[in-house]
Write a protein that binds this ligand. Structure first.
Ligand SMILES: [Zn+2]
Length: 145
């Protein structure tokens, strides 16, 4: 059996996305190779499911609490959704399904070649983004005016 097969299967439609250097600022981003319509499911934020009681908060940027019991640790590289950057004017949002899946959905029409972004939420913003300054396109534009 080839190694890596398992992780490939976990990433659905991974060929539809490419990891890019973010246009502005440092770091990486996730760009789509296919268009999405408003309301479309884009990608699932996948990872290792952990019980909240086993998790020390503030230890990882990729922890995603899905409900009062579980958190998804999305740090593995096969979780393509971890490359999605925060934006204060995003084109997608996070929906947590009843079975505890983290789904990224389009909130506007997205063209092929666009970078996927969502709003990380206030808690994350205050802890990780505020101290270094937000580098999303909206904030960069505001600064340059
Ligand atoms: Zn911003």
């Amino acid at each position: 059996m080839k190694t890596g097969l398992k992780s490939q299967q976990k990433v659905k439609n991974s060929k539809d996305f490419s990891v890019i250097k973010a246009e502005k600022g440092a770091g990486l981003g996730l760009k789509t190779k296919v268009p999405f319509k408003k309301g479309d499911f884009i990608i699932e934020y996948i990872g290792i499911r952990k019980e909240n009681k086993d998790i020390e908060y503030h230890t990882g940027k990729y922890l995603f609490e899905v409900n009062s019991k579980y958190t998804i640790d999305g740090s593995p590289r096969w979780n393509l959704a971890r490359y999605i950057n925060h934006s204060c004017k995003p084109n997608s949002e996070v929906e947590i399904s009843r079975d505890g899946k983290i789904k990224i959905e389009a909130i506007k029409n997205i063209k092929e070649g666009e970078e996927i972004t969502y709003d990380y939420g206030k808690e994350y913003f205050d802890e990780f983004i505020k101290p270094i300054g937000c580098k999303c396109s909206k904030c960069i534009m505001k600064k340059s005016k």
